[in-house]
Design a protein around this ligand. Structure first.
Ligand code: FDA
Length: 320
């Protein structure tokens, strides 16, 4: 789906502002501003804590959706903080078991050590994959900025050789993803195809356009041809319709996956039409960047965000 230049400029500006640590700390250090902004985040996350998030995921599962859960975080700056993140994911797995919830667990490798040391990230990913595997759950690696793609794939490939329950996300906006997927042909593991959320330097990524949509469909088609369990992770109605017309959406290895709080009525319609549909639920205190990305992707969300800030946050669970 093509969007206007003004929207692309707005998205680029907001994503850059979101990455500015001074602006972030100025906004979040004020308790009042923190409280107001967190109301806006409520539309897209299941709150700060694990229990309500697992509750939200369980409620969605009760309505016939598959679910993913992520404790939001990235670029963790010290080993003790990485250890805390690993503990949280470990407790999340325990909580899913306790709840009898067959949730996919998703994470950023830089949340569990990649920004510090490749070996640390690999050890932590392997340990969590083993724990998830023992619990019968799948562990999925998200894709971050293009500068990290090679190291993420490298760690993923090594971990996937040891654990069959892993999956990796590939961004259609990166021209290299086609080659990366081809190289994953014989590697075990599932894939999730996304357009890509990160603002990359000029020339590194394909902007939102017909060209990007064509590449997206090409990746989905190739992943299915390779026999991979494939998540078609997008909210783009036209793109999903085209994927459906090509037989991808109802393919036995495919599913639709959408972020919690975004186009819930569309998720419901697809689920009710018999398509396997997964909702990706996030939680945690690091919601700032996540909120900025969700507004940048769809500028009208800014109006909802302002309304939420003034009137108090709203849960969208009922819309599913
Ligand atoms: P696009 O942004 O072109 O939007 C198409 C249409 O969908 C819009 O016109 C609007 O109607 C609707 N829409 C999209 N976003 C919306 C929003 N925020 N609010 C309301 N409507 C909206 N990215 C990444 O870089 N690494 C990752 O690991 C992941 N992981 C991931 C998992 C899952 C399950 C999903 C669904 C997405 C991701 N992403 C991601 C994010 C992804 O790259 C992308 O930024 C978003 O999905 C938005 O892109 P769309 O494909 O929806 O299309």
């Amino acid at each position: 789906m093509s969007i206007s230049t003004a929207e692309q400029d707005f998205a680029a500006a907001l994503k850059s502002i979101a990455r500015n640590p001074d602006i972030k700390s100025r906004l979040l250090q004020s308790p009042e501003l923190h409280r107001i902004l967190s109301r806006a985040a409520r539309r897209f996350t299941a709150g700060d804590r694990r229990e309500p998030a697992v509750g939200t995921a369980a409620a969605l599962a009760g309505r016939g959706y598959a679910v993913s859960l992520e404790h939001i975080g990235e670029n963790t700056g010290s080993e003790p903080e990485c250890e805390l993140a690993v503990q949280e994911f470990s407790r999340l797995i325990d909580a899913c078991v306790k709840q009898g919830l067959n949730s996919r667990i998703s994470l950023d490798l830089s949340h569990i050590g990649l920004s510090l040391d490749r070996g640390l990230a690999l050890r932590n990913l392997t340990a969590l994959a083993e724990k998830a595997s023992a619990a019968g759950l799948q562990l999925f690696v998200s894709m971050e900025e293009a500068a990290k793609t090679s190291s993420i794939l490298d760690v993923y490939r090594e971990a996937a050789e040891r654990s069959a329950n892993l999956g990796i996300t590939l961004q259609a906006q990166l021209p290299r993803s086609l080659g990366d997927l081809t190289l994953l042909k014989d590697a075990p593991g599932a894939v999730r195809i996304v357009k890509g959320a990160y603002q990359e330097p000029e020339g590194v990524s394909i902007p939102r356009s017909g060209q990007l949509d064509a590449r997206y469909l090409e990746l989905v088609g190739l992943a299915l041809e390779q026999g991979k369990q494939t998540s078609i992770a997008t909210h783009d109605r036209n793109l999903i319709r085209e994927a459906d017309a090509r037989g991808y959406v109802r393919h036995p290895l495919a599913e639709l996956e959408m972020l919690y709080g975004i186009v819930p009525e569309s998720a419901r319609d697809w689920k009710e039409s018999g398509v396997s549909t997964r909702i990706y639920v996030t939680y945690g205190e690091e919601w700032y960047l996540y909120l900025c990305h969700r507004i940048a992707e769809h500028p009208p969300n800014l109006y909802d965000a302002v309304t939420d800030m003034i009137r108090g946050g709203s849960s969208v669970l009922e819309a599913y």
